[in-house]
Ligand binder design. Structure first.
Ligand code: PMP
Length: 424
């Protein structure tokens, strides 16, 4: 069979055995079989520029990470109930990247488990139940987190202890963020609900990629703490250097969170995630509740994550994210001069949002055009996606080894595709 037929056959088999719960990217599904750096290669040998994959953050199949996994796998893999240097070496080294107050690490396999643990700790130590999340948030797959992930849609019912706030969208509704935090706290007070936590993704990825005004987050966190709650920073998307200015997205907001959840890029595709926090909180929880995660923090995962951390430092990927992210946004702003569809360009480092609007006056979301742009880009060998409640914000989030020449190729392709889509 030809590679084209092989992909078609795989699609049919997949639909038969995986059922309806799964979604594939793109109108014409992608069938990559190999990855290297910022490139993916499909079954037909066609090359794609990956401008979307924040998991393979130090580049697809980075040799240092592959080697670390292979070596430890060949020696021993167990769990966190035995002493093993790899776990402690990694924990010590990772915590060097955090403010001194954040001095403990607990390891999990997924970002969902990290957020779930954060939630349990917050509720345990505060005695509260209330949680404040953004209106189009995503925080994970467990039943507790689905309630805190309104972007999953109306099929998920929420307890009244979940209060929704507006993301700090300074393109459409400046100031709404703080006002909605105040309203959420007032609602909790009126209903006799004690707040446990304010939880948000520090780059507001699923809401549409936003940067709050200076001081806004600090103010919100202060109000929540005054009411007895904690601040949980979800760094699953922005963490590990992606936002360029710092290793963690929360640093942009001049606050030190109480708990910080990590995931996606932590093992460059190997499933390791974790929760960093103040040791007093972990101690208060640990006194009453024992926690064991069979696979979380196993030596192979820790070697993978440690290799990722070293590569980020050695290859100066945070600095690269800052510079190439700046070039990308400048390039997009230049495109906006002659493409009316491009209504707003924003983000930090290599986490860029480009909002498509069908008219700039009313900022009408150009949702259908975003679908067309994403799929036409895919046909032209460039992978991106779209986000936000209306799906009209291009999500541009490449591996951190994305260089200026890759940005130039991306911008040239987008330029042509925007022209084509506008003429349809
Ligand atoms: N938080 C955020 C902000 C995420 O984007 C995700 C995953 N998309 C998660 C948490 C959950 O992580 P995981 O899929 O590893 O459970």
């Amino acid at each position: 069979t030809s590679p084209v037929n092989a992909s078609a056959e795989l699609l049919a088999r997949r639909q038969r055995v995986l059922g309806q719960g799964y979604r594939l990217f793109y109108q014409e599904p992608l069938h990559p079989v190999r990855g290297e750096g910022v490139w993916l290669f499909d079954a037909q040998g066609k090359r794609y520029l990956d401008v979307y994959n924040n998991v393979a953050s130090v580049g697809h199949c980075h040799p240092a990470v592959v080697d670390a996994i292979a070596r430890q796998s060949a020696q021993l893999n167990t769990h966190t109930r035995y002493l093993h240097h790899a776990i402690v070496d990694f924990a010590e080294d990772l915590l060097r990247e955090f403010p001194a107050d954040l001095d403990n690490l607990m390891l999990t396999c997924t970002g969902s488990e990290a957020n779930d643990l954060a939630l349990r700790i917050a509720r345990h130590v505060t005695g509260g139940t209330g949680v404040i999340v953004t209106r189009w948030a995503y925080h994970g797959v467990t039943s507790a987190l689905a309630e805190l992930s309104p972007s999953l849609g109306d099929g998920v019912t929420r307890g009244n202890y979940v209060k929704l706030i507006d993301a700090p969208d300074n393109y459409r509704q400046p100031g709404a963020f703080l006002a909605s935090v105040q309203a959420a706290l007032a609602e909790m007070r009126a209903e006799g609900i004690r707040p446990a936590a304010l939880l948000f993704d520090t780059i507001f990825s699923s809401d549409g990629v936003f940067s709050p005004l200076a001081g806004e987050v600090a103010q919100a966190v202060q109000w929540v703490r005054d009411a007895g709650g904690l601040f949980i920073a979800d760094e699953v998307q922005p963490g590990f250097g992606r936002t360029g200015e710092a290793m963690w997205g929360f640093a942009r907001h001049q606050v030190v969170p109480d708990l910080v959840s990590l995931g996606k890029p932590m093992g460059n595709g190997h499933p390791i995630a974790g929760l960093v926090g103040k040791s007093a909180l972990f101690a208060a929880f640990g006194r009453d509740v024992s926690y064991f995660n069979t696979f979380g923090g196993n030596p192979v995962s820790c070697q993978a994550a440690h290799a990722v951390l070293r590569v980020i430092r050695e290859e100066q990927l945070q600095q690269n994210a800052l510079w190439v992210g700046h070039c990308l946004r400048e390039g997009l702003q230049a495109l906006a001069q002659h493409h009316a569809l491009l209504g707003d360009v924003r983000g930090s480092g290599l986490f860029v949002g480009a909002e498509l609007v069908s008219d700039r006056e009313n900022k009408t979301p150009a949702s259908a055009e975003a679908v067309a742009v994403v799929n036409t880009m895919r046909q032209r060998g460039v992978l991106i996606s779209a986000t936000g409640p209306a799906g009209n914000i291009l999500k541009i989030r490449p591996p951190l080894v994305f260089r200026e020449e890759h940005a130039a190729l991306f911008l040239d392709t987008l330029d042509a595709v925007l022209t084509e889509v506008a003429q349809r």
